[in-house]
Ligand binder design. Sequence first.
Ligand SMILES: [Zn+2]
Length: 233
Amino acid sequence: MRQETLARACMLDHPATAYIVPVRGPDGPAEYEVTWDELARDAAWTQDRLRGLGLAEGHRALVSFSGYEGAWFQPVIEALRNMGVVYGTSESMGWDHVRTRVFHRELDLHAVLGISLETLEALSGQAMIGDLFRDTPVLLGRPDAARRLRDAGVPAGIMTPLGPALAVECRERDGAHVNRAEWTVRERDGGLGVAAASAERAKGTGEIVLDTAGSVRTERCACGSDDPRVIFG
Ligand SMILES: [Zn+2]
């Protein structure tokens, strides 16, 4: 019965749209669509970034994100799947910090991706976060979490949504890369402006200006990538 149902489901037309993301437009609330094709391209780019960080088949990873962040983190999960990395997920709101702690303790994690400051603050009530994460080879968090970890002596990098894009820092720790095939990122008065590189992506939004403090580097990174890098300030 189940096989029959699945076989019939496979014959149905699948909508191209995977997510609809609300955004603050110049004229008030707006939204844009994210398609499955776009997610697949994002996953391929993310996979290159994760390989560059040393992740490989058989490693174990924890991905920490909120339910509404699927458009940014589904490609991360897809990349891990394609690489054969075993992954778990936790909610990045502080109340789910116990899941992060349990995965960390039980799974011998090679990577923690996307960890939030809220999670770190909840964890720090139980353990010194420096001691907890010092031996995790790949640790990428939101900008404020990465700062807190570095202050605790852990050489953390950044993985974070940046407007419609995802920013991922490489081993050089010289700014978080943004996929230049999909996005442009520029310094603007009081923040950063992110726009789609093609007219097909994030249609109708134009440049999204974020009140995120930071600067942008466009010269080639020592890791070999020509993607622009954001130094969060
Ligand atoms: Zn780099």
